[in-house]
Design a protein around this ligand. Sequence first.
Ligand code: SF4
Ligand code: SF4
Length: 312
Amino acid sequence: MKDSLKYALWIKTEAKRLGFNSIGISKAVFLEDEAPRMESYLQSGYQGNMAYLENHFDKRLDPTKLVEGAKSVISLSWNYFSEDVQPKDAPKLSRYAYGKDYHVVLKEKLFTLLAFIQERIGEVQGRVFTDSAPVMERAWAVRSGLGWIGKNGLLILPQQGSYFFLSEIILDLDLEPDNPIGSYCGNCRRCIDACPTQAITEARVLNASRCISYLTIELKDTIPAEFHSKLSERMFGCDICQEVCPWNRFSIIHNTSAFMPDKQLPEMKADDWYELTAESFKNLFKESPVQRAGFSKLKDTLQILKKNVSIY
Ligand code: SF4
Ligand code: SF4
């Protein structure tokens, strides 16, 4: 067996043992097809105030600018699917935010995998990424055969759905690449039709500046009035275009203790949220991705949701 195949098999076996669901490998080449797409996306202004998307354009497309002599990109997915644990009338958190911050949890796993590679194979240089640097995660995941980009812009894994965190390891090591698997949305357009803010302008094109995830997490200013009645009780993130996706009927509830919901979450009713104090925010979301929005932002959104309840 050639070394590149043998190493790929070792790495995949170890990644599975660590708890990753899917692992695929692609050649660390310049992302030629993505360059014009990325350019026209940025020109459209759909990125809203996420200026960081405009930075490091060359690094996003060329992995050798992130790791000198890069030869392979390993794409990995980690399941975070959970049932909706919140009471019916409560303002909703996106499911990925029920537990600890995935950046921290997954980085640890990735460093363990990188250490395994270096110990088993020898002098290998690499870097790990999970939504933390200019890496086009979905493009790499498609190339490495993990899944396809659905019309909602998310990566769909066959027989598993889309409730996954994505990560990558870029290495200066030759590994046997996998093949892309094709796209299986067919004629479905449930995500496009279900989006309350019409943020999916066409298949696979998301106007992030209209997306509830952006409005409730990234947008620093107050949410514009035109969206107030369309927030669909979402206070942090939005899962609607995943909830309607037929591929998510294959989702399996995860068993990662770090991503289990805080004990208080299923107890908290609408009024508890509206009365949230800075102190209780700190206790509830100590290690949570909700910190990205912060207390004032969450409180502002909750005020809008409270007003919606009294109006509608
Ligand atoms: S996350 Fe929500 S607002 Fe954003 S595209 Fe999906 S359904 Fe629309
Ligand atoms: S809802 Fe339908 S169109 Fe949208 S991502 Fe899922 S399968 Fe594709």
